[in-house]
Structures are given as structure tokens and as C-alpha cells.
Design a protein. Structure first.
Length: 133
């Protein structure tokens, strides 16, 4: 994985269609010592696509994420950032379903990054306070 970041993400929308491929990719990414957090940026359109029919692919996607979070030996956090670039609706519906499965979900990549920035700032502040003692 060369030059992958928030500004240049690993583009993997079709991993959502196959939970075993998604699981394998998440394990590889989590094992990378340079990566501190996994942010899975999911489009509402793709979530709608995997929810069609019986919804089995969406259930498998959720189960894959929950399983990864529970069994993740690196203990690196995995969060989802949703996007609805076509304003097709359904973002809150999917966010609610994923949150009910105990998956951390942000309504946008910006919200996820803003939250991460606040977490980092808080920890830096706490470190400075302990250094001052």
C-alpha cells in the first residue's frame, strides 16, 4: 500500500460485496505498523446495493465488521464514515442499523476526521499536563 491516506484512500467499494475479501483486507491493513486507525468510507449507494433482495450481503457486511472489531488482535480501531454523494437518502437509516450492531459510525468522513483530530488534541494536551507536573 503506497501513499494511502485520508487524502488518497485505498479505493475498495466492491469489497463490501464480499465479506471474506473485506475481512482479509482489514486484517492486512490492521497489521501494517504505519496505520493507526482504519476508517472505512462507505457510500450510501453501495450500502443500498448490498441491501437489495434478501439483504444477505448487508447482514454479512455488518457481521464481518463486528467480527473484525471483536477479534482484532492489533486493537486498532475501525470506524465507518458514511457518504451520500448523490443525496439519495438513507444515510441515517444505515447509520442507525450499524450503530445498533455496536459499530462506530460517522455521518461523513469530515466528521470522522474531526473526531480523530479532537482525540489526538486531547491526548497531546493530557501529555503536556503530565509533563508539567
Amino acid at each position: 500500500l503506497v501513499n494511502q491516506s485520508v487524502m488518497n484512500p485505498l479505493d475498495t467499494p466492491f469489497l463490501l460485496l464480499n465479506s471474506s475479501d473485506l475481512e482479509r483486507a482489514l486484517k492486512i491493513l490492521a497489521a501494517d505498523p504505519v496505520i493507526d486507525i482504519l476508517i472505512l468510507h462507505c457510500s450510501v449507494g453501495m450500502l443500498k446495493r448490498i441491501s437489495q433482495g434478501t439483504g444477505q450481503a448487508f447482514r454479512e457486511f455488518k457481521e464481518c465488521i463486528v467480527s473484525f472489531i471483536k477479534e482484532n488482535r492489533t486493537r486498532k480501531p475501525l470506524v465507518l464514515a458514511l457518504m451520500d454523494q448523490n443525496y439519495s437518502g438513507g444515510l441515517q437509516e444505515y447509520a442507525t442499523q450499524l450503530r445498533e450492531a455496536n459499530i462506530t459510525v460517522y455521518d461523513s468522513l469530515r466528521d470522522a476526521c474531526r473526531s480523530l483530530n479532537r482525540f489526538i488534541s486531547y491526548n497531546e494536551s493530557m501529555a503536556r499536563m503530565s509533563d508539567d507536573r
